[in-house]
Ligand binder design. Structure first.
Ligand code: NI
Ligand code: MN
Length: 228
């Protein structure tokens, strides 16, 4: 799979020949000002929760591309009400087979509301897998013991996209523990540096915290890609 970083928790992931975009937040992100939302391909959009820094460009991206939005029941209804036609509702614990593989919906420990403050259901994480590859998109979450269930329920993870910015989510040290819980050695960090509360001053120290455990923290420059 090929993973391109668009800032915050937004990735473009080529998986089984399809384009999956996570948590579209580009035009509202100063760090992603060189990314052109209009050129991003999407067949599916995975949405972790309703906070602004995860859905800012959801409506625009879904309408332009016709992508299927995969999200919690409440986010699904919200995006349908905005006129998006293709969407699939899920909730924690469930899985569904799509044409690119299976999506297993897992618990995230966070909150979830829309920009106007209304209820957006529970925040979610997703494990996506086919016969040969698997990734975990954690969304915004604390470190949780439930992460230990992931290797019991899903195939071996190729890589995991974990928030590391602290304050609203896990920090680096907790993400190292999470990577043990999910039994994954290739971590892609996200949800850091976008605004003041989540800046990571020492990136090398963050990488060292993972390498000390035999793991790798990949910090992808916005607009750049990594392949597994
Ligand atoms: Ni959030
Ligand atoms: Mn967030």
């Amino acid at each position: 799979m090929k993973i391109t970083f668009y800032g915050q928790s937004c990735f473009g992931i080529e998986f089984s020949g399809k384009h999956i975009v996570t948590d579209p937040f580009i035009t509202g992100n100063e760090l992603a000002k060189d990314i052109d939302l209009e050129t991003i391909k999407a067949d599916y959009i995975l949405v972790s929760h309703g906070h602004q820094d995860h859905i800012y460009d959801l409506e625009a991206l879904a309408k332009r591309t016709g992508a299927t939005v995969i999200a919690a029941w409440e986010v699904y209804n919200w995006i349908l009400a905005k006129g998006v036609e293709n969407a699939h509702p899920m909730n924690a614990g469930g899985k569904w087979k799509f044409d690119f593989g299976t999506v297993r919906c897992v618990v995230a420990q966070h909150s979830s509301s829309f920009p106007d403050g209304t209820y957006a259901g529970n925040p979610l994480g997703y494990v996506v897998y086919n016969d040969s590859e698997a990734f975990y998109f954690a969304g915004d979450t604390a470190l949780t013991y439930d992460m230990k269930l992931i290797p019991m329920m899903c195939p071996k993870l190729t890589c995991a996209l974990l928030p590391i910015g602290d304050n609203f989510t896990m920090d680096v040290e907790q993400a190292v523990i999470a990577s043990d819980f999910i039994e994954c050695d290739e971590i892609i960090g996200c949800h850091y540096d976008t605004f003041g509360f989540i800046e990571i001053a020492d990136k090398e120290a963050a990488k060292s915290a993972f390498s000390a455990k035999g793991k790798r923290l990949n910090l992808i420059e916005i607009g750049s890609s990594i392949e597994f």
